[in-house]
Design a protein around this ligand. Sequence first.
Ligand SMILES: NC(=O)c1ccc[n+]([C@@H]2O[C@H](COP(=O)([O-])OP(=O)(O)OC[C@H]3O[C@@H](n4cnc5c(N)ncnc54)[C@H](OP(=O)(O)O)[C@@H]3O)[C@@H](O)[C@H]2O)c1
Length: 335
Amino acid sequence: MASTMRAAVLPEPGKPLEIREVPIPEPLTNEMLIKVLYAGINHRDVWIQKGLYPGIRKGVILGSDCVGIVEKVGSEVDSAWIGKKVIVNPGIDWGPRREVQSSSFHILGNPTNGTFAEYVVVPAENVYQPPLHLSDEEAAALPLAGVTAYRALFYRGKVKEGETVLITGIGGGVALMALKMATTVTDKIIVTSSSREKIERAIELGASDGFFYTQEDWHKQLASKWGGVDVVIDGASGPNIAKIIDILNPAGRLVIYGQTAGRVEQLSTAKVFWRHLNILGSTMGSPSDFEEMLELWNTHKLKPVIDRLYSLDEINKAFEWMDNAKQFGKIVIKV
Ligand SMILES: NC(=O)c1ccc[n+]([C@@H]2O[C@H](COP(=O)([O-])OP(=O)(O)OC[C@H]3O[C@@H](n4cnc5c(N)ncnc54)[C@H](OP(=O)(O)O)[C@@H]3O)[C@@H](O)[C@H]2O)c1
């Protein structure tokens, strides 16, 4: 085995990634070295590259998601894993409480080196068998977005059969994972998007209807057609949160997992308390969320939507594609 590997390194925040030859890492006693086959991109990678994320380490190798082959294991790890195909739960050190991550929780791909490289080292407890019905590139798309969407929908949002679910910004990676998983419990799924084509594609995948969040009165259009919604899965935050509050049914749940559209400046708390609304935050997921998410994809033979595939050499192009919100689904890198 060679002693160096190719990796996409972030020289410093705001600069493009550079493909460099760097040493192959060594697994510690409880870790595995994985030869990466495919790596999925998440918006987090783009935020970090642009310098819009806390605690960025100069020279880090980004990337949280991958499918690969176990090449080497630490002394305390069962050697039967060697040669097996695996996916990785990128949430490291979640800790003992399912309700919330521990203070040592961190995400693979900053500050620890991630998956946009020929090899990555991860804790053995974060490694799982990929769903067998998925291709390698589909499985590589699943971990971070899949666990985020699973926890938001089921652990935090507690979506029940037949409820009306609104998923905002359906072109997004997490949003599409949420759509796929929501179809297993309800056929009343409404989406928002900036794009007619993306709404049409979401309807083909099981959504009932779609509205343009770019139109001032999208929430009124939704309410006049559907009444209200029981659960909202939102990764945008920003000014639309006030509109979402207006269309949430009494006792409804709004689950927020991101703020692509910025902070929420104004919120009518009177509407929140009078209608017994629940505003819930959600971040990635615990090991139990990850395992349940895999089980759901296996049971229902769900498939993630892949937008496009890039090579490791084209990684900056892939980042640009995501930054311009051109994608419908996950962008995957063939390493
Ligand atoms: N807390 C967590 O654990 C966690 C995990 C994953 C992601 N996130 C965060 O969640 C967000 C989405 O992540 P992702 O990886 O799914 O990103 P992504 O694939 O880049 O999705 C971004 C999508 O956001 C939508 N969008 C943009 N502005 C919007 C607005 N004003 N209202 C509604 N939707 C809007 C667009 O949808 P259309 O193209 O349909 O218009 C776009 O495609 C990011 O901010 C990310 O950092 C958080």
